[in-house]
Design a protein around this ligand. Structure first.
Ligand code: SF4
Length: 363
């Protein structure tokens, strides 16, 4: 074996675990994978096709682009249209439809929008263009927020005065509580996100399991990681235990990554946030602290938090709560396709509709 991940793709072991899962005779379960990377991996490896009818795996709100409300895109497009600004962003945000078009459309009409590989690249753009205002679009969970925090901190140390960040960063714990406590969602157990858990650790999940009675398993992203995690979670749920297991110990420690958390907390503080399809959740977002207010694009450009709306007919909201599947949306595969998306779940490389369109198999 050449690749250290090969053992996690061993087809013989995969068949054994799939056979074991097929023998599951316990109560019907609805399990939620919380992370967009899991959503893609589950679809790519056809994990759902290996599960028995009694175990249903639904996708949750763990794709950061998908849960970003339309007013954020509207604000980004409005900023991009200003002649004095350069908007810097990851590529995933480019094609999300806003009320007045997408960033890609704004770019085609002449807006200066640069696609980045790292948020730190935006600092170089600011240094190279002292007469322009560079606005970095910042969307993500605990996994990516520390690097945005680093960019802001570095800008502050350098005294850059033409650099700001339009933040829509969010954190996982509060939305997990909301979904765990919502009887209309009816989750029996969570498949926890490996990346986010590497930062925040596993202790919060234990509190959640105890308080809401929803157990969970932390899983990696290879097919054997996911299949064994589903098997373990099904067993825990069926036995009525409210416990948490970490099956991704090669990456996730109970205490997480305290240095990354400190970097994030130095620059950001908890704030209310609007989640597409779920609504406003107290303390589920991150706002730039007052000490760094000169880097906060919401304040510097006096932008208003707009009304939250879904494109007409789009069911992204229910899909992000795990109460509907992409196949329930009448626009899926007809009016809404990756080349011409209607909603964010079809745009992002981690979106549930995009995963279903590419690989199928989401029931
Ligand atoms: S298929 Fe398109 S329109 Fe339908 S829910 Fe998904 S993203 Fe929204």
């Amino acid at each position: 074996m050449n690749n250290y991940l090969d053992p996690y793709r061993d087809t013989g072991l995969l068949h054994l675990w799939a056979e074991r899962l097929q023998k599951y005779q316990g109560k019907p379960l609805k399990l939620m994978e919380v992370c967009g990377t899991h959503t893609m991996a589950i679809a790519r490896y056809g994990i759902r096709t290996l599960l028995p009818e009694r175990i249903r795996l639904v996708s949750g709100p763990g794709c950061p682009v998908c849960v970003t409300p339309s007013y954020y895109i509207n604000s980004a497009v409005a900023l991009a249209r200003r002649p004095e600004t350069i908007v810097a962003t990851f590529g995933d945000l480019m094609r999300i439809p806003g009320d007045e078009g997408s960033l890609l459309e704004a770019k085609s009409l002449g807006a200066d929008i640069r696609v980045l590989y790292s948020p730190l690249d935006a600092l170089k753009i600011a240094r190279d263009n002292p007469e322009r205002q560079v606005v970095l679009l910042s969307v993500g969970f605990e996994t990516t927020t520390p690097i945005f925090a680093l960019a802001i901190d570095k800008a502050s140390q350098e005294g850059l005065n033409n650099f700001t960040v339009l933040s829509a960063n969010k954190t996982m714990p509060e939305v997990l509580k909301v979904l765990a406590g919502d009887p209309t969602v009816g989750i029996d157990g969570y498949l926890y996100p490996g990346h986010v858990s590497a930062i925040i650790g596993t202790r919060f999940y234990e509190e959640l399991a105890e308080k809401y009675g929803v157990p969970g398993v932390v899983a990696g992203f290879e097919p054997l990681d996911i299949l064994t995690a589903v098997a373990a979670l099904s067993e825990i749920c069926n036995e009525g235990r409210h416990t948490v297991r970490n099956l991704y110990t090669r990456v996730v420690k109970p205490e997480g990554n305290p240095r990354a958390v400190q970097a994030m907390e130095r620059v950001f503080e908890p704030a209310d946030a609007v989640w597409r399809g779920i609504g406003r959740i107290s303390g589920s977002g991150l706002a730039i602290r007052e000490e760094y207010a000169r880097y906060d694009a919401w304040k510097v450009f006096d932008l208003q938090i707009g009304e939250y709306s879904e494109p007409e007919g789009c069911r992204c909201g229910e899909i992000l709560k795990g109460t509907k599947s992409p196949g329930d949306c009448p626009l899926f595969g007809t009016r809404c396709v990756p080349e011409n998306p209607v909603g964010a779940c079809m745009v992002s490389s981690e979106g549930t509709c995009a995963a279903h369109y590419k690989y199928g198999g989401i029931r």
